[in-house]
Design a protein around this ligand. Structure first.
Ligand code: TIU
Length: 238
C-alpha cells in the first residue's frame, strides 16, 4: 500500500499532525469589505488597517499550499442584491448611513458581485480554487462547504482569515462539531480587537484543544519543508 505523508506542526496545546491529501487550507473572508476603508468592517466602527498584517503571512501559506497541491478553499461573507438572505437583525448593524446593501466607495456594502465583496488582490483565488459564498459568520451555515470537503475526503482544516473571534471562531466551532480537526494559524487570522484575537486563540487551544489547535505559520512552513525535518512517513494503513 502506498505510503502517506504525515506533517507534524508544533502547536498549542500539542503538536498537530495532518496528511496533505486529506487537508484543506481554508481562507476566510479576506475581502475588501473587511480589509479596506468604506466597507462593512469600517461601517461597524472598526479600524480596518488592523487586519492587514495577516496578508503577508497568508501569502506565504497560500504559496506553500499551492506548491504541494493542497486543496485551497476561500470564503466570502455577503448577501444577494435583493437582501433576501440577510436576516433583519443583521441589517440593523452598522452606522445608519452605511449599512449592508447601501452604496459605498467599493460598491454596495457586503453584496455579492460588488468590488468590495471580493477578495483582496494579494490573495486572489486561482481559477481552480473553490470560493464559497456564505450569508452568515460560519462557513458551514447555508453553504455546500461540508459536501465539497466530503467529496475530497478532507478531514483536517488549516484555518486562516478574518476576523478571529467572529467568522474564524464560528467556522472553527462549526467544523469541530462536524468532526474536522482544525489548526488555526495565529498570524494568518486577525481581529479589529487585539484583546479578542488573543483570547479567541486561547479559547481554541484551551482545555486540551476544545475546538482545535493553534500554531504560527512559520512552524507550518518549516514542517512542510523536508530539509527542515518536519515531514514523517508512515505506512498506508490506519
Ligand atoms: N465584524 C467582524 O468582526 N466580522 C464580521 O462581521 N465578519 C467576519 O468576521 N468575516
Amino acid at each position: 500500500m502506498a505510503q502517506e505523508q504525515l506533517v507534524r506542526v508544533p502547536a498549542r496545546p500539542s503538536a498537530y499532525t495532518f496528511e496533505p491529501a486529506t487537508t484543506a487550507l481554508l481562507v476566510i473572508d479576506m475581502q475588501r469589505d473587511f480589509l479596506e476603508p468604506g466597507g462593512f468592517g469600517e461601517s461597524l466602527g472598526n479600524d480596518v488597517t488592523l487586519l492587514r498584517r495577516t496578508i503577508a503571512p497568508l501569502r506565504g501559506v497560500l504559496a506553500a499550499a499551492r506548491a504541494i497541491g493542497l486543496t485551497v478553499v476561500h470564503t466570502r461573507e455577503g448577501h444577494l442584491p435583493d437582501l433576501s438572505d440577510c436576516p433583519p437583525a443583521k441589517l440593523q448593524r452598522g452606522a445608519p448611513s452605511r449599512r449592508i446593501g447601501d452604496p459605498g466607495p467599493n460598491g454596495r456594502i457586503l453584496i455579492r458581485g460588488e468590488y468590495g465583496h471580493d477578495i483582496v488582490d494579494e490573495l486572489a483565488p486561482t481559477a481552480d480554487e473553490p470560493v464559497i459564498d456564505k450569508p452568515g459568520k460560519g462557513a458551514f451555515y447555508a453553504t455546500d462547504l461540508d459536501g465539497l470537503l466530503g467529496e475530497r475526503s478532507i478531514t483536517s482544516l488549516l484555518v486562516t482569515g478574518v476576523t478571529t473571534e467572529v467568522c474564524v471562531h464560528t467556522t472553527v466551532r462549526e467544523a469541530n462539531d462536524r468532526g474536522y480537526e482544525c489548526l488555526v494559524l495565529a498570524d494568518c487570522v486577525g481581529s479589529y480587537f487585539p484583546q479578542f484575537h488573543a483570547v479567541g486563540l486561547a479559547m481554541i487551544a484551551a482545555q486540551g484543544g476544545i475546538f482545535g489547535w493553534v500554531a504560527e505559520s512559520a512552524d507550518l512552513l518549516a514542517a512542510l519543508t523536508p530539509s527542515a525535518g518536519g515531514g514523517e512517513r508512515r505506512g498506508g494503513s490506519r
